[in-house]
Structures are given as structure tokens and as C-alpha cells.
Write a protein that binds this ligand. Structure first.
Ligand code: DX5
Ligand code: ZN
Length: 216
């Protein structure tokens, strides 16, 4: 099964953003995870377009943009223009998901939907066939460096079963508290894409840590 590591730039050193992006660019990570927070959908504010543009300039790898914002439809086109390859919105933030997914595809990006820890996998079923990716949050969205919520792999296994049964090619991504201690279990549960922030950027050798996650 396809394995991808997507390091979360939220845990990078913003004073050395180019250096940290170049590190990811030279590593075995296939994607670069960009966490956008608005202080409304989540109790934190991260960064927006200018910072994302700086990251875009330092790497040609796909930008995996995770929008933790209310009414993400308003900004889909601007994130696509800023270089997003994949735009993931939250189920909890969107009322008409099929329209939002069309908007993302029309912008030229792949479309993902994320669910928070308390949101069941079943909410995805009506529009799962329209998606390129589902992002399972394994911490409450808003902050890097939190502990993995046990039970998140049960949701991954359930989603993997549905995707396989329906013969879909939707990727499963997991985000929050991923490290070399649970990366193997994440892949075994059926994940394709692992997001890792603190585990990568707080490691003594971040590029080696990315490789460890990929080969877990
Ligand atoms: C949290 C973000 C995550 C975060 C993960 O809301 O969506 O992408 O950066 O950080 P770690 O890997 O440190 O839990
Ligand atoms: Zn994220």
C-alpha cells in the first residue's frame, strides 16, 4: 500500500522557515503539510498566505493544506493560487460538502475531508466517493505536540474496510501524535499518509526521523 510522510511545518522554526522547508524538500517526505488555523474553528491561529508562499518557493513538493477554518469555501481559490496541491477541509466546518468538494476540484487541487476525534467515520459515507483523501484527526485540532488519542486506529480500520469494500482509491491520512512509536501501527491499520510535526522537527536529525517513519 502507498506510504507517504507529510511533515507538518507548524512545528518548524519560523525563524528558519526556508532552511526547514529545504530539509523536507531534500528528505524522503513526499508531501509538505500546511496547517491553517483561524482562531474560530480551533482555539489557535497559525499562518496564512504569505507564509505559505514562502514555503512554496522553497520546495516543489506537493503542499498538503489542512484548513482548520470556518467557511473554508471562501478561501479555496486563494489556497489553490498559493500553490496547494491538496486542500483538506473539516466535515464539521462545511454544510454542503459535495459543493465544497467540487469547488476544490474546480480550483485544480485534490480534495480531502478531515474529521475531528469525536466525529464518526459514518458521516463521510454520502460523499466518500468524491474524495481523494480522508484525514483522520488523532488529536483535537489546534496544536502540535499533543498525545495521540488511543482508539483513532479503530476509525482508520473502519474507514479502510469501507474504502476497500467500495473499491475506492481514497487515501487515508492520520494527523496528531504520530511518532516512530506508532507509525508502524498506523500503516498496519490502513493509513497511507502520516503527518508528523513534533516528532520530525524536535528530533536531533529531522531528515533521518522522516526516513524512520516511512520505513516503520
Ligand atoms: C494539529 C495539526 C497537526 C499538527 C500535528 O491541529 O493539524 O498537523 O501539526 O503535530 P504533531 O505531529 O506534533 O502532533
Ligand atoms: Zn494538520
Amino acid at each position: 500500500m502507498k506510504r507517504i510522510i507529510s511533515p507538518s511545518m507548524l512545528s518548524s522554526d519560523f525563524g528558519h522557515l526556508e532552511r526547514d522547508t529545504l530539509m523536507v524538500d531534500a528528505s524522503v517526505a513526499e508531501w509538505v503539510h500546511i496547517d491553517v488555523m483561524d482562531g474560530v474553528f480551533v482555539p489557535n491561529i497559525s499562518f496564512g498566505f504569505p507564509v505559505m508562499a514562502s514555503i512554496r518557493r522553497a520546495t516543489s513538493k506537493p503542499l498538503d493544506v489542512h484548513l482548520m477554518i470556518v467557511q473554508p469555501e471562501r478561501y479555496v481559490a486563494r489556497f489553490a493560487e498559493a500553490g496547494a496541491s491538496l486542500i483538506t477541509v473539516h466535515h464539521e466546518a462545511v454544510s454542503d460538502m459535495p459543493s465544497c468538494i467540487s469547488l476544490i476540484h474546480d480550483s485544480g487541487s485534490l480534495a480531502g475531508v478531515s474529521i475531528k476525534p469525536a466525529t464518526p467515520v459514518s458521516v463521510l459515507e454520502p460523499y466518500l466517493h468524491l474524495l481523494d483523501l480522508v484525514l483522520i484527526m488523532s488529536v483535537e485540532p489546534g496544536f502540535g505536540g499533543q498525545s495521540f488519542i488511543e482508539g483513532s486506529f479503530d476509525k482508520v480500520r473502519e474507514l479502510r474496510r469501507i474504502i476497500d469494500e467500495r473499491n475506492l482509491s481514497t487515501l487515508i491520512e492520520i494527523d496528531g501524535g504520530i511518532s516512530d512509536s506508532n507509525a508502524r501501527a498506523a500503516f498496519d491499520a490502513g493509513c497511507n499518509v502520516l503527518v508528523a510535526g513534533a516528532a520530525v522537527f524536535h528530533a536531533p536529525d529531522p531528515a533521518a526521523e522522516i526516513e524512520k517513519l516511512l520505513n516503520a
